[in-house]
Design a protein around this ligand. Structure first.
Ligand SMILES: Nc1ncnc2c1ncn2[C@@H]1O[C@H](COP(=O)(O)OP(=O)(O)O)[C@@H](O)[C@H]1O
Ligand SMILES: [Mg+2]
Length: 172
């Protein structure tokens, strides 16, 4: 199916632009991910800080016959458009905000993995002119759902990926 105003068709979902300020992640009948749980995780993280893209609403598009997760639209810029000194500051804020999410029971779990075969590593981390933001909570986990032990393992793994991201972000 060809979607109008498509931004991306990732491994699991297509993302389309709705306006200058909103995008929608489409969930059609054959997507395996669950729109309700993705929305819930996004709302959970939004209540902690502003690192994860802001959730707007769930909707249904009759023409496209798709469920839509509507969220804030982000306009990413290339890392190398900014001096490494500035990127270091942005990285520190990012690491603090990620730690704050962890401390409050949210782990993203998808910092590094590319979206689909042609995806790039770290493509869920978007740089804006106001700093780094995170999208795609598809496989994120909440501590109250997975329990302390599994959550701690996920967090340890995320910290390893954060160190890899630091190297990528500052030395590329
Ligand atoms: N809020 C957003 N603003 C701008 N672009 C977005 C937004 N959300 C997703 N995208 C674009 O769509 C792509 C796929 O979205 P994502 O949520 O990562 O889905 P997937 O599960 O396919 O990886 C992203 O890599 C990005 O290019
Ligand atoms: Mg993704």
């Amino acid at each position: 199916m060809k979607y109008p105003r498509r931004l991306s068709s990732g491994a699991n979902n297509t993302v389309i632009a709705l306006s200058e300020t909103e995008v929608a992640k489409l969930f059609s009948g054959d997507t395996r991910s669950d729109i309700g749980s993705e929305a819930e995780k996004m709302r959970f993280a939004n209540a902690i800080n502003e690192l994860i893209v802001r959730f707007s609403r769930l909707d249904y598009n009759d023409t496209l016959e798709a469920e839509m997760l509507v969220m804030e639209r982000i306009y990413p810029i290339d890392y190398r458009a900014h001096e490494v000194e500035r990127r270091e500051l942005w990285f520190d804020v990012f690491a603090d905000e990620l730690a704050q999410l962890h401390a409050n029971g949210f782990v993203h779990r998808d910092l590094k993995r590319p979206s689909g075969l042609d995806g790039l590593a770290f493509d869920n981390i978007l740089l804006t002119d106001r700093g780094l933001r995170l999208i795609d909570v598809g496989i994120s986990a909440l501590k109250h759902q997975v329990g302390d032990k599994i959550f701690a393992r996920y967090v340890a793994h995320e910290q390893d990926e954060l160190a890899l991201f630091r190297d990528y972000f500052l030395n590329r």
